[in-house]
Design a protein around this ligand. Sequence first.
Ligand code: PHE
Length: 458
Amino acid sequence: MSAPTTSSDRGGFQSRLGFILAAAGSAIGLGNIWRFPYTAGENGGGAFIALYLLCVLGLGVPVMLAELAMGRATRHNPVGAYARLGGRRWAAAGGLGVVTGFGILAFYSVVAGWTLGYLWHAVSGTFAQPIDAKTSGALFSGLISDPVWAVVLAGLFLALTMVVVRAGVGGGIETASKILMPVFFVLLLGLALRSVTLPGASKGIAFMFEADFSKIRAPVVAAAMGQAMFSLSLGMGAMITYGSYFPRHENLVVAGVSVAFFDTLIALLGGFLVFPALFAAGIEPSAGPGLVFVVMPTIFHHLPAGQLFAVAFYALLAIAALTSTISLLEVVVSYFVDERGWRRPRAVYLVGGACFLLAVPSALSQGALPALSDVLGTGQGWLDWQSVVFGTYSLILGALLTCVLVGWRWGAEAARAVVEEGGHRLPMAALWSVLVRYVCPLAVVAVLVYVIRTGASF
Ligand code: PHE
């Protein structure tokens, strides 16, 4: 293959550690602390967790290595990577990834904006006094249905993201990750330790791990697959893009597996943080996204140093979200830099600005503009709709396309050679090839067909 042309605005990571922190930052996000605990709680607890681990090992890790290899081989954004490896027609698969990244960023930054609003409340002492569930619910709906606040907070979050991405891959993304990720780990460990040592915490751990296998049906399998893809930032080209900045000759397998390992560990720790604290405060966990925004505020004042706990908790969420929105924006920006020859700042401003426009209906759909969901007939609200379309099904489809391209079109052998570049062996290479060529695509197709035919949702 001829050496790909690279624009001077591409840049790259300076070290393997920098890459791991940035990629782990992308993977570790609201998905781990906000989506994973409630999805697990709703869908059979320990049974869902077992299924999820299976999805991470059988689908997540193989697709992660495939995406990283695509990026490393081509040194291009998803559209360029698919086109170079599969031919012009495959560019559309990369295009789907870029559009999906844009779509996820639009709803993700709305929820991320809420974390800033809550961080503000925590700092200013709102959670230092006792708050009952009703007041907490009113506070949440007040925040998310206030058109000005909802839009301003999402815009603020996007602006923060844009500042980092504008500074480039090495100078912006890598530097920010090297500062933010250690802070994140310390906060999470501290909070989880505090939570599991509270009296009565064991009930929370039991809630998370008690397995109810009767809940495991096809839509739940789709949810587990979707959650694994979402949480590992797969299926939309984030890892293709980050892989394209991976330092040559470094060990890709170690890097990819570390990212998957940390992401899964943090999702489980997220459960250890949320559920024991809830049960210790004698509160039944409610299902749904309200968990971190409605239920958590009611427990802070029960805890020793509750205000500190609250500040740390929402700072943790905001940091987790920021390192993820950075990677979402970078996917779209890298497309315009590589394929359209735009300068990085221009790409950042235009893509970020356009994303803000798309985020507005999401921000307003939470009560400020209820009519929108009626118009769309989704009955769920624009934000939930975006979350399911972009955050679950698009990603499953994207993972399928990656498997077909890497397993069949480009070829597992050629991909393996790229993974092993620098003399780092891929352990169980034959198994990886079977997973990418047969197991992953078949599993994904089976679930998609079932869900489409039955119209089931989760
Ligand atoms: N992995 C992120 C999370 O768990 C979300 C994300 C998805 C980020 C896709 C980038 C790409 O919150």
